[in-house]
Design a protein around this ligand. Structure first.
Ligand SMILES: *[C@@H]1O[C@H](CO)[C@@H](O)[C@H](O)[C@H]1NC(C)=O
Ligand SMILES: *[C@@H]1O[C@H](CO)[C@@H](O)[C@H](O)[C@H]1NC(C)=O
Ligand SMILES: *[C@@H]1O[C@H](CO)[C@@H](O)[C@H](O)[C@H]1NC(C)=O
Ligand SMILES: *[C@@H]1O[C@H](CO)[C@@H](O)[C@H](O)[C@H]1NC(C)=O
Ligand SMILES: *[C@@H]1O[C@H](CO)[C@@H](O)[C@H](O)[C@H]1NC(C)=O
Ligand SMILES: *[C@@H]1O[C@H](CO)[C@@H](O)[C@H](O)[C@H]1NC(C)=O
Length: 429
C-alpha cells in the first residue's frame, strides 16, 4: 500500500519538474442561470452541476477533490461505474495552482488514500485506462464530501478525444466500494440530497446543460407532468455487470415496426456521443431512409456513416418502451435531433451496434438531447421526458473555424463514441 503511494508521489514529483507541455483546456464560461424555484422536489437540497457542451460530442462538468476546492472536469457517464482521473491532467491542474501548499496537500491526500487495488477500464475503440484505486473525498456542486473510489490513472491509451480530466461513472453500484454503494446513493445516505436519483438535461447551447443530483429540473421538461418510468432489469449482482438496462417493446420508422422483447435491452448512455441500435434494425432503417431521401455513404474505418443534404427532414425514429404501469410509451426522435451538422456535412448520428453484447441499444447524447433522463435508485427505474432542447437554437457550425475532412470528422465521432463499452476489470489479488 505504502509502496504504491510512494511510487506515485515520486512519479508526480518527477512529472511536475518535467518541461512544460501545453494542452488545450476547454475554456469554461461561468454562467449563473437564475433557475431558483424550478424544481419538482425540495429545492434547496438539490445539486446542479452545469455541464459544458463540447461541439455536441461530449458534455463535461466539475467535481471537487479533497478539501482543496480543486475542481476536476469529468465526463459524467451513466454507462459505467467508476470515477477516474489521469495523473497527467491532475498535474496540469496543479501546475496552474499558484499555491504550492495547496498542491502538496492535495498530492499528499491522494497518496494517503491510495490502496494497492489495481484497476483497469477498457473501452470499445481500443482505449483504456489503468492504475490503482484511491478512496478520496469527492464533492459535487457543493454537496459532499463523500468518500468515493477513484481510479488514479497511471496509463491512458487512446483517450485523446476526451476533453476532460477524466470520467465519472454513475452506475447502479460501485464495485470498488466496500458496501458497493454508488456515489449518488452515498450522497443520499449522508443527507446531502433529498432523493436517490440523478437526471441529465443536454442542450444545444454552450452551457445550458446540466446534471441534477437528487431530483429533476422541471424547467427542462416540455411538459412538467409527463415523466414515465421504466423498470431496470436486475441481474442480482451488485457489481459492474448491473447496468441501467431496460427492455424495448419495438422500434419503428415510417410504416415499419420491429418488434422486440424484454430480452432486447439498452441503456441511456451519457458517455456515448451518438446512438447505436441493433445492427439488423439499423440496416432496415437505413434501407427505409434510402427510399425517402438521398443518403451519401461516408466510409470511416470499419464503419460507414451516412449523410444527407443539410436541411433535409427525415421521418422520426421511434422507440417504444413499456413503463412501470405496463403502459407502452413512445419516444420519437425527430431528424432534427439525429442529424448532426458538422461543418456543413449533415451526418446521421445513429449507427448500427455491431458489438455482440446483451446491450443492443445505446442511446447516447443524440437521444439524450431530446429526452431528459432520470436515473432512480429508489425503485431502480429510469424516467424519460421530452426536453425543451431545441436544435434550431444551435449556433451555426459554419462559424466553427475547424474544417475537417469528412472522414476524419466521422472518425472523431467514432473515437469518442468508443467510450461506450466499459468493462471494468478490477484485477484484485
Ligand atoms: C434571481 O431571481 C431572484 C428572484 O426571482 C432575484 O431576486 C435575483 O435577483 C435573481 N438573480 C439574478 C442573478 O438574476
Ligand atoms: C455547443 O454546440 C454547438 C452546436 O450546436 C456548437 O456550435 C458550439 O460550439 C458548442 N459549444 C461548445 C462550447 O462546444
Ligand atoms: C402534459 O402531460 C399530461 C400528462 O400526460 C397531459 O394530461 C397534458 O395534456 C399535457 N399537457 C400538454 C400541454 O401537452
Ligand atoms: C459480477 O459478479 C458475478 C458473481 O459474483 C461474477 O460472476 C461476475 O463476473 C461479476 N461481473 C463483473 C463485471 O465484475
Ligand atoms: C410502406 O410504404 C411503402 C410506400 O410508402 C409501401 O411501398 C410499402 O408496401 C409499405 N409497407 C408496409 C409494410 O405497409
Ligand atoms: C444559421 O444560419 C441560417 C441561414 O444560413 C439562419 O437562418 C439561422 O438563423 C442561423 N442560426 C443561428 C442560430 O445563427
Amino acid at each position: 500500500m505504502k509502496q504504491t503511494g510512494t511510487t506515485i508521489l515520486v512519479l508526480l514529483a518527477f512529472n511536475l519538474a518535467a518541461s512544460q507541455i501545453t494542452i488545450p483546456i476547454h475554456k469554461r464560461i461561468p454562467q449563473d442561470d437564475n433557475e431558483s424555484n424550478s424544481f419538482l422536489d425540495d429545492q434547496d437540497q438539490i445539486a446542479v452541476d452545469k455541464l459544458i457542451n463540447h461541439s455536441l460530442e461530449m458534455y463535461s462538468g466539475d467535481v471537487q477533490l479533497g478539501n482543496s476546492n480543486k475542481k476536476f472536469t469529468v465526463d459524467f457517464d451513466s454507462g459505467s461505474n467508476l470515477l477516474w482521473l489521469t495523473m497527467f491532467q491532475m498535474q496540469l491542474k496543479l501546475r496552474g495552482t499558484d499555491s504550492k501548499i495547496v498542491m502538496i496537500a492535495l498530492l499528499k491526500m491522494v497518496v494517503l488514500c491510495m490502496t494497492n487495488i489495481p484497476a483497469q477500464v477498457n473501452y470499445g475503440g481500443g482505449a483504456s485506462v489503468k492504475g490503482h484505486i484511491a478512496r478520496v473525498p469527492i464533492t459535487i456542486a457543493g454537496k459532499g464530501p463523500v468518500t468515493e473510489s477513484l481510479l488514479l490513472v497511471e496509463k491512458s491509451v487512446n483517450n485523446k478525444g476526451l476533453q476532460s480530466d477524466g470520467l465519472m461513472g454513475l452506475g447502479v453500484y460501485d464495485e470498488n466500494d466496500p458496501e458497493k454503494v454508488s456515489f449518488v446513493n452515498k450522497l443520499f445516505k449522508q443527507g446531502f440530497i433529498p432523493k436517490i436519483q440523478f437526471s441529465f438535461y443536454f442542450g444545444f447551447g454552450q452551457s445550458d446543460s446540466e446534471l441534477v443530483i437528487g431530483g429533476v429540473n422541471s424547467n427542462k421538461l416540455a411538459n412538467h407532468s409527463q415523466i414515465y418510468y421504466h423498470p431496470i432489469i436486475l441481474n442480482g449482482q451488485h457489481n459492474d455487470s448491473q447496468r441501467w438496462r431496460f427492455g424495448f417493446k419495438s422500434v419503428s420508422f415510417g410504416n415499419q415496426s420491429v418488434s422486440l422483447s424484454s430480452q432486447n435491452t439498452g441503456i441511456v448512455d451519457s458517455g456515448t456521443t451518438l446512438a447505436y441500435i441493433r445492427n439488423d434494425v439499423y440496416k432496415n432503417w437505413i434501407s427505409y431512409l434510402k427510399t425517402v431521401a438521398t443518403l451519401k455513404a461516408i466510409p470511416s474505418g470499419l464503419d460507414t456513416f451516412y449523410s444527407v443534404k443539410c436541411g433535409t427532414t427525415l421521418p422520426d425514429l421511434t422507440f417504444t418502451l413499456t413503463d412501470v404501469n405496463g403502459v407502452d410509451r413512445n419516444y420519437a426522435l425527430p431528424s432534427s435531433f439525429y442529424i448532426l451538422n458538422q461543418d456543413d456535412t449533415c451526418i446521421i448520428g445513429i449507427q448500427g451496434n455491431q458489438v455482440d453484447s446483451d446491450i443492443q441499444f445505446l442511446l447516447g447524447d443524440v437521444f439524450m438531447r431530446r429526452f431528459v433522463s432520470v436515473f432512480d435508485y429508489t425503485n431502480l427505474q429510469m424516467g424519460l421526458s421530452v426536453s425543451i432542447a431545441d436544435p434550431s437554437t444551435a449556433p451555426n457550425q459554419t462559424l466553427n473555424k475547424r474544417k475537417h475532412h469528412h472522414a476524419a470528422l466521422a472518425l472523431g465521432l467514432v473515437a469518442i463514441a468508443g467510450l461506450i463499452f466499459i468493462t471494468l476489470r478490477a484485477l484484485r489479488k
